[in-house]
Write a protein that binds this ligand. Structure first.
Ligand code: PLP
Length: 234
């Protein structure tokens, strides 16, 4: 068994334990394997271990991997989870199945216009700056209804829910408090948009708290693929 396979097994076990502990069905939580900076060979190891959904932060790096792996593994689901600049939106619209980081109408409109007609609608999540950090992307909770209403009119996008990257917190209780705020915002969105079924929340360090709060998709990189070496790969 490879290290990546072992890590995946361990994380699946942790997801199941966290879900069961708070009375949720582990099936409600999708594991997104964040493969940014990692070579396609490691993605392949994860595929061999049964992983289907992968998250990438850098547009070109993600497109390269998709193009390399797509023909052999057409069942994979590729998620763009990095900050998105307008000039890169076309590549995301053309190659990815999901974009987690929609935080302004201009980007949503571009993704909609650039989504190829022969592909299903691009699944999008609105990114929320839930810890209200000055330098972070994402919108405030109060701004969600307006952006959601605008996205809902765009035929080549499907509004699937919300995403956040909470500010790092050491203890479980503070992690849970922020995640619970996101879960409230998600439930409010779901009341108006039946297509909203995804709360993308939780990384290697705060996964149990995110699941307890109601996350339906955890984004895990380091705990699957090991530490990232930005110096070498970027
Ligand atoms: C890198 C990244 C992750 C994975 O973080 P880990 O701490 O390595 O699990 C999750 N979400 C986003 C948006 C990221 O950029």
């Amino acid at each position: 068994m490879t290290v990546i396979e072992q890590n995946l097994q361990q994380i699946r076990g942790q997801i199941a334990a966290a879900a069961t502990q708070c009375g949720r069905d582990p099936q409600e939580v999708t594991l997104l394997a964040v493969s940014k900076t990692k070579p396609a060979s490691q993605v392949e190891e994860a595929i061999q271990a049964g992983q289907i959904a992968f998250g990438e932060n850098y547009v070109q790096e993600g497109v390269d991997k998709i193009q390399l792996l797509q023909s052999r593994f057409p069942h994979l689901q590729w998620h763009f989870i990095g900050p998105l600049q307008s000039n890169k939106s076309k590549l995301v619209a053309e190659h990815f199945a999901w974009c987690h980081t929609v935080d302004r109408l201009r980007i949503a409109t571009r993704l909609n216009d650039q989504r190829p007609a022969d592909l299903p609608p691009l699944n999008v999540l609105i990114q929320v700056n839930i810890s209200e950090e000055a330098s972070k992307s994402g919108i405030m909770v109060a701004e969600i209804p307006a952006l959601a209403a605008a996205i809902a009119t765009l035929p080549h996008l499907r509004l699937r829910g919300l995403m956040a990257i909470p500010a790092p917190a050491e203890d479980y209780d503070s992690q849970f408090a922020v995640c619970a705020k996101m879960a409230d915002a998600f439930r409010a969105l779901q009341r108006d948009y039946p297509t909203a079924d995804t709360l993308s929340l939780g990384m290697s360090d705060d996964m149990p708290a995110a699941i307890a709060a109601g996350s339906t998709m955890v984004r895990i990189g380091t705990a699957i693929f090991g530490a990232r070496d930005y110096g070498q790969s970027l």
